[in-house]
Design a protein around this ligand. Structure first.
Ligand SMILES: [Zn+2]
Length: 147
């Protein structure tokens, strides 16, 4: 028997004689980590798999309306984490030069995500137009942590 270190938890385990390329120990959490890694790899490298997953997820979301809204209510820390990561993705996307379709400049935003946020507010300011006759608009400026 050969002893190897698990890619997920770092524990030493004995490799199965039937699986000579085994890199994850048989713990349930490590099996899930292996499957998640495989799925990430597949989503990155197999366009057909990615398309089928996307279609399947949309069908499931349609059959389970409100699941993700409830999930965000049950896990506010996850919603906050996603909000911060999405703002980083939006910023990265906006720094890329715009392509012909202009899709690189589009931002992803959920309407309810902009209402409830826990960013640290720096202050409230008024944007007052100097030349054009347009009403002044009040804006909130938030501190979004950098990478
Ligand atoms: Zn493990």
């Amino acid at each position: 028997m050969e002893e190897i270190v698990c890619c997920s938890c770092g524990d030493v385990f004995e490799r199965s004689v039937r699986h000579k390329n085994q890199r994850y120990c048989p713990k349930l959490s490590c099996k899930r980590a292996r499957k998640a890694a495989w799925k990430r790899f597949k989503m990155r490298t197999d366009p057909d798999y990615k398309f089928n997953q996307t279609v399947s997820n949309k069908i499931w979301a349609k059959a389970n309306p409100g699941y993700w809204r409830d999930y965000r209510k049950r896990h506010p820390e996850k919603a906050e984490r996603n909000r911060i990561l999405q703002s980083i993705r939006n910023r990265r996307r906006s720094k890329k030069p715009a392509d012909q379709s202009g899709s690189a400049r589009e931002l992803i935003a959920k309407v309810d995500a902009s209402i409830v946020n826990k960013f640290k507010m720096v202050g409230q300011y008024w944007l007052v137009p100097v030349i054009a006759k347009v009403d002044a608009s009040k804006v909130n400026i938030f501190d979004i942590p950098l990478l």
